[in-house]
Ligand binder design. Structure first.
Ligand SMILES: Cc1cc2nc3c(=O)[nH]c(=O)nc-3n(C[C@H](O)[C@H](O)[C@H](O)COP(=O)(O)OP(=O)(O)OC[C@H]3O[C@@H](n4cnc5c(N)ncnc54)[C@H](O)[C@@H]3O)c2cc1C
Length: 482
């Protein structure tokens, strides 16, 4: 198999996986109403890979692999990086940037991990081979991965093995000639109910002696025996496309995953109970350079979409050329452009890693997007609230009401500046899905958290800042000359 289409992706999900929703086991995720829209939105991405208008960007030939999705490629030239960004944005445009964990995110993470074979080989050549072979396997079969990194929020003052129940955090409970056996809990696996496989590694990577059994990196299919997926409540508003234009299509499900004596075969074990190696993995595999390139490109699309919505809301009231509104819109533009420039600046300043010959985008430039995303996205959502005002709660229950006997009154009550009541209401319904619905609230939370807890992220940015020495030297030179 090579590049999949949407139908092939859906067919692969009928595999007996154990998914729980509201205390009941889901028999078939592909027909379960709460997942159907999200699954379709992922299937649409796979279909795009076959669209003549997009396939040259979305797919590429990779030696040893054949034709694969663009994210799987290990970048070696500036053109590779540009095409990757184009591919990420093409997929993001298909969902207004609202699918955070589209397949490309983990596909490029796998490429990054496989590109650092030497890192994994430090501990075990078998683990390193397993990592590279896994990247090849997922790429050749064009599979969709979820990932779960975090332990449950327990007592943060205690290590994993010191918790009241040391078995809550995921750890090795046995090992045999077939592989490792793991039990425990991980979160938050977005898209887990309808992903093909799950990649697990621990975050934040700060292990201390005594926690060895928790320090593992591995992958299993979502139908692995003993793997249970527990879903949050759906925000999907399925079937209500005009009333909830985003949540009815793009509500990606978040889940907790429980491992109940799950066997991980040795060829899927990449790091085995090694705290020293895992504490260095996040930084030294350079995965962030490649994943943040994808996440910033995706966020650029989302910010651009929301910016355009704020503009239209201003126009709908004839306010778009008022000075204070112009100022607000300018603030919105600055936020979109900030994200836009992180990817381009990172590509421009990319450097070759002599160890593997890959061209890595500049991490410091990409970190700006990861650190500012949690600020600028809520800023834009606030602008939606400001521009929409009370009209956001004036909308009728359903767009169909315009065709009901009360329709003419609704039309007059919601009419805008050179805009019909029905058009303005459609705009407001979209605005509410961004700023007021459960889906909208989940998206603010997502942008605040997807790159990890922000204060830890910022501390890492300061710790790793590559130009720190340069600036300090400049300052010290100035002081020394006084
Ligand atoms: C919508 C959504 C989707 C997600 N999808 C995924 C996914 O697909 N895969 C995945 O692995 N993860 C996913 N995540 C998890 C995400 O990475 C985490 O939420 C994020 O890293 C924050 O971690 P946390 O939730 O444990 O919060 P915490 O780290 O527990 O933070 C909660 C609060 O406690 C504070 N705090 C934490 N530690 C300390 C301390 N030592 N001292 C003082 N204050 C502290 C924080 O500042 C924060 O205010 C998702 C999260 C969300 C919200």
């Amino acid at each position: 198999m090579a590049v999949r289409n949407g139908g092939e992706y859906k067919a692969g999900l009928k595999d007996g996986r154990e998914v729980w929703y509201d205390g009941k086991r889901v028999e078939d995720v592909t027909t379960f109403p709460e997942f159907q829209a999200a699954i379709q939105s992922i299937a649409d991405l796979y279909d795009l890979q076959h669209d003549p208008a997009h396939r040259a960007v979305l797919t590429c030939e990779v030696p040893d692999l054949g034709l694969v999705g663009r994210a799987f490629e290990m970048p070696r030239t500036h053109e590779h990086l540009r095409l990757k960004r184009e591919a990420y944005m093409t997929w993001a445009r298909a969902n207004c940037g609202m699918i955070g964990r589209s397949p490309d995110f983990l596909n490029v993470m796998l490429a990054a991990l496989a590109a650092k074979r030497g890192f994994f080989a430090e501990a075990s050549p078998a683990g390193a081979d397993a990592m590279v072979n896994y990247w090849k396997y997922i790429a050749k079969n064009d599979l969709f991965l979820t990932h779960a990194l975090l332990d449950p929020q327990l007592d943060k003052g205690k290590l994993r093995h010191q918790q009241s129940d040391p078995g809550i955090c995921l750890r090795v409970v046995d090992q045999n000639s077939d592989g490792l056996v793991l039990s425990g809990i991980k979160r938050i696996a977005t898209a887990a109910p309808y992903a093909d496989e799950i990649l697990v590694w621990p975050f934040p990577p700060a292990f201390q002696p005594g926690e060895e059994t928790y320090a593992n990196v591995f992958a299993v299919p979502m139908n692995a025996k003993g793997l249970k997926t527990i879903c949050r409540v759906s925000y999907a508003n399925h079937g209500k496309r005009r009333d909830f234009p985003l949540s009815s299509r793009f509500d990606e499900m978040d889940a907790t995953v429980v491992f109940d004596n799950v066997l991980v075969p040795w060829d899927r074990v990449f790091v085995n109970q090694d705290i020293a190696l895992l504490n260095r993995m996040y930084r030294e595999t350079r995965m962030r350079e490649l994943t943040a390139h994808q996440t910033n490109a995706r966020l650029e699309v989302k910010l651009g979409f929301v910016y355009a919505l704020v503009v239209r809301l201003a126009e709908a009231q004839g306010l778009d050329s008022k000075p204070d509104i112009m100022e607000m819109l300018g603030e919105a533009v600055v936020r979109v452009e900030m994200l836009r420039n992180t990817t381009r600046a990172a590509e421009y300043q990319a450097t070759v890693d002599p160890e593997n010959g890959l061209l890595y985008p500049d991490l410091a430039a990409l970190q700006v997007g990861r650190a500012w995303g949690p600020i600028v996205y809520p800023d834009l959502v606030k602008m939606i609230r400001r521009m929409g005002g009370g009209a956001l709660v004036q909308v009728p229950v359903s767009m169909d009401e315009f065709d009901s006997p009360i329709g003419p009154h609704i039309e007059r009550a919601l009419r805008g500046a050179a805009m019909s009541g029905v058009s303005k209401t459609q705009l407001l319904k979209l605005a509410w899905d961004v700023c007021g619905s459960e889906f909208g609230a989940r998206h603010e939370l997502y942008e605040m958290n997807y790159a990890g807890e922000r204060s830890a992220l910022l501390a890492g940015i300061q710790r790793e800042y590559p130009r720190k020495g340069e600036w300090l030297q400049y300052l010290d030179g100035f002081l020394g000359a006084l």
